[in-house]
Design a protein. Sequence first.
Length: 282
Amino acid sequence: MNADSLTDPPHDAAAVPAEDDSAFPSEWLHYSGATSRGWVHLSIPRAADAPAAPPTGEEQVLRLAEAEALVACVEEWLHAGWDPAPAQEAPPAGALAAVVQAPALAPAGSRLALMPGLLPGGQPPAALLAPHLAWSAVTGQVLLGSVPAEAMQALEAGALVWLPAAFANRWAVTLHDMSRHLPPAAAWLDLPDARLALNGSAAPGSATQDETEGAGQAMLEQTVSIPLDVWLGWPRQGQPAFHWPLPAPWPAELRANGQRQASGALLPLGSGCGLHVQALKS
């Protein structure tokens, strides 16, 4: 991605959307700085008593000084120096964002933003984990499991396609990042309680993809929204195991070779589940 390169400075773009922008101040001080891994961005809300005028250089420097602890933690995490400087631009679209909850790091509500390609392999320092930071959500699609080639060949409207993974003690599924920036994440699909369950401290096995020619994939049509730290299995001190509600009905589809072959809905039967085919690809 271009934004990951040191040769590509930040550009004008829409600000990273927050889950509820009305909860944040309307005026921000933006900072950007290059690291050996790419550009990192920081937005700090102006102080409540700031004058109703464009910020001065002194205000920008003093406000950034209040985020020294955050800057140090980011440098530790990226194993790279970071010297953010005042910028006119908001963070680039597509950036992963985190909102500061701990005033010891930076003014509360400050937003850290970095592109997905900057994420190092290991988890961040404890100070960058929940509850100190609230990480933005990732939109994912749920892979329910593979469907054998013979079942795909026999598809017809009204048919019931069994999903073998659903008959395990726990239905292991896989989440795929819709933006294709992050690795797949493992989860449990709990239909009796109508929810998707993730627990980074006890990550389950994930649904496997049948590589046999002609085999298909069953996927939920409804997407899910998962916090980045939950997706990547980072510890969340004092936080309960994450669940995403999935109320019935459960529209689903069968895909093969990247193409939709049939649509329908999940139908729980006994200890397992099948996909009731309602329509075939025309």
